[in-house]
Design a protein around this ligand. Structure first.
Ligand SMILES: Cc1ncc(COP(=O)(O)O)c(C=O)c1O
Length: 398
């Protein structure tokens, strides 16, 4: 077997399982998981109906490139959601469907990395673990770029040594960020584009939380719009990742798309043809109608808003918590050992959170996740409020 498999790190949820094994939660309190970022809201009925209708299309092999119908819906959505010029996203050369962004984030790195060049892949730290696993399995070395409270949870691009930039082949960005909720704004994205151009690497922007944000008047920007605004009309060196999992609360559908530089897309399509990453025809049909509709996403956003409205006043007397700029996590400084906090909270209150150190890696400046926990507000509004009350009681009783 591939010896690189041995370099993969244990997945955070496996570590959590080990941490909590043998711990006994109070049986009289129903469990409330705030550990996993799995959207629990009802998906829109029209999406489920389109899925049912799509069953009739199962008699044909789907093309890896996807239907024009789906790619056009995705391109129209990009132009509508971000400030992109109408007609500037060509569905044929700039968009590809993927079976959720997870597999696509992984696959891109396998297709992109040239191992003859001592490659580096830069990932924000803390991060979504797929970035690191993708780099390791492709034969690249991950470079961890810390995003801490000192930099408002934005990775510090200017701290990257020149020698690292010269060896970099892919730089991952995640905005809004998991787990921090930080949004990467225009000036940051413009700087990243300059660096990518100067050092000739790919910018892989994971924007799968782009539709989850608190202020209807201030949606997070995309790397693509900054590329266009700075004269990079063919989105040179850029690839963005979008997903229906969070947008339409259908993590089980496994549907997303990537978009960007047509040169990258052409080679990525070649790779995917062999990998066998075609999307089921019924999923393509349902996805197309989902990308065409924005009303259900506003409803979804409102539900997350309500949860933060309920949870923040309960937690703020005992924890330093702020509403994030995007996504549905609280990335909380618990001023102590995050594993111990997680285990004791579970034992006392049957609420599960994720230790922050599992989402980061140790660097010279330490593990930026240590001393923090991630709370995912994906349960119902009532359950999130109950969980917050239990966490408050737990902290007060310590
Ligand atoms: C930052 C980030 N990227 C990508 C994904 C994968 O999402 P999906 O494969 O459902 O599109 C997740 C899922 O939790 C995530 O948190």
């Amino acid at each position: 077997m591939n010896p690189r498999l041995g370099s993969l790190h244990t997945y955070p949820f496996e570590k959590l399982g080990t941490l909590l094994s043998g711990a006994v939660a109070p049986a009289q309190l129903p469990p409330i998981p705030l550990s996993i970022g799995e959207p629990q809201h009802e998906p829109p009925p029209f999406l489920l109906e389109a899925l049912r209708q799509g069953v009739s299309r199962l008699g044909a092999y789907p093309a890896t490139a996807g239907t024009l119908e789906l790619r056009s819906s995705a391109a129209r959505w990009l132009e509508r959601r971000f400030t992109l010029r109408p007609g500037s996203v060509d569905p044929v050369s700039m968009v590809l469907p993927v079976n959720g962004t997870r597999e696509a984030l992984f696959a891109l790195v396998q297709a992109a990395v040239d191992t003859s060049q001592a490659p580096l892949v830069i990932t924000p730290n803390p991060f979504y673990q797929i970035y690191e696993g993708a780099a390791l399995l492709a034969g690249a070395t991950p470079y961890y770029l810390n995003a801490t409270a000192d930099t408002k949870f934005v990775p510090d691009l200017d701290s990257i040594p020149q020698a690292v930039l010269d060896r970099t082949q892919v730089l991952f960005l995640c905005s809004p960020g998991n787990p921090t909720g930080a949004v990467l704004h225009e000036h940051f994205l413009a700087r990243a584009l300059d660096l990518a151009e100067r050092h000739d690497f790919i910018l892989a922007a994971d924007e799968c939380y782009a539709e989850i944000y608190p202020d209807e008047a201030a949606p997070p920007p995309s790397l693509l719009e900054v590329a266009q605004d700075t004269g990079r009309d063919r989105f040179q060196r850029c690839i963005v990742f979008h997903s229906l999992s969070k947008r339409s609360s259908v993590p089980g559908l496994r549907s997303g798309f990537v978009a960007g530089d047509p040169e990258l897309m052409r080679k990525f399509l070649l790779y995917r043809t062999y990998q066998g990453g075609a999307m089921s025809p019924m999923v393509q049909m349902a996805s197309s109608v989902a990308w065409d509709d924005d009303a259900h996403v506003r409803v979804n956003r409102q539900l997350y808003r309500e949860k933060f409205d309920r949870v923040l006043p309960i937690l703020s007397p005992v924890l330093d918590v702020q509403r994030p700029e995007g996504a549905f996590y609280l990335w909380v400084d618990i001023e102590g050992d995050d594993e111990r906090f997680t285990r004791e909270l579970f034992t006392a209150q049957n609420v599960t959170v994720l230790p922050g150190s599992y989402l980061g890696r140790a660097t010279e400046a330490g593990n930026p996740g240590a001393g923090r926990v991630r709370m995912s507000l994906t349960a119902t509004v009532a359950d999130c409020a109950t969980a917050a009350t239990r966490i408050r009681d737990f902290i007060k009783g310590r």
